[in-house]
Design a protein. Structure first.
Length: 226
């Protein structure tokens, strides 16, 4: 409840938002915030976690009826994913611009907001690993591949959700639903990430309907006419 109330304020004010503003928006006393979070920095980190998390958008994708026409399903998915990316970019961008870094916001450390060294001790070398100084594998396991990171897991979950929306129409695609889902997400994320300084930034961005039309029908008036 606190994080939900805080998100729009964080998007507007960044790290300058006050806990009293958040408390008023949540309809609670300011002291309640500090019973849930040790300081504002921890609350801001929780806001970042919520903004980048995919649970909400995955629920939206799962709620799209498979009885709808394919283009309608994909348009709804595009709108849901666009809203998710916009919220994530706004929250993270506002905090970054105002100086907050995840895990090291004001009050996180015990020394005026400074972060501790990676090994958790002030300036000391890390302890020996018992193998003649040889560094352990990045994932801490001998010779095994590291587990997927959270970003990879999130992208995989989003791709699988889109594949489910495509599956009823598998027979009409020239490519597998897995490849069509990858193309759909690629088009969508490229549309969202175009920098303002890029030459194509002067052109209006693709609407969801235009994006779906390109995905399903290409850009030729008549396929095979070029």
């Amino acid at each position: 409840m606190i994080v939900t109330a805080a998100l729009p304020l964080v998007a507007e004010y960044g790290a300058a938002v006050t806990t009293s503003q958040i408390a008023r928006a949540a309809g609670i006393g300011e002291g309640t915030i500090f019973r849930a979070f040790k300081d504002k920095g921890e609350l801001l980190d929780a806001c970042v976690t919520e903004a980048v998390g995919t649970d909400h958008v995955l629920r939206e994708l799962a709620s799209i009826s498979l009885d709808e026409p394919l283009a309608a399903r994909l348009a709804e998915a595009a709108e849901a994913l666009h809203a998710h990316m916009e919220r994530m970019g706004t929250v993270v961008g506002a905090l970054h611009a105002s100086g907050h870094r995840r895990g090291c916001g004001p009050g996180i450390g015990s020394r005026g907001g400074e972060t501790a060294p990676p090994d958790g001790r002030d300036g000391e070398a890390p302890p020996p690993d018992g193998r003649g100084g040889e560094a352990p594998p990045p994932d801490g396991r001998d010779g095994q591949a590291p587990p997927p990171d959270s970003r990879t897991q999130s992208l995989t979950a989003l791709r699988n959700a889109v594949i489910e929306l495509l599956e009823p129409d598998r027979a009409v695609f020239r490519l597998s639903p897995e490849k069509v889902a990858a193309a759909f997400l690629g088009l969508l994320f490229t549309r969202l990430r175009t920098p303002a300084s890029a030459p194509e930034a002067d052109a209006p961005p693709l609407t969801p309907d235009e994006l779906i039309a390109i995905l399903l029908h290409g850009t030729l008036n008549a396929p095979g006419s070029a």
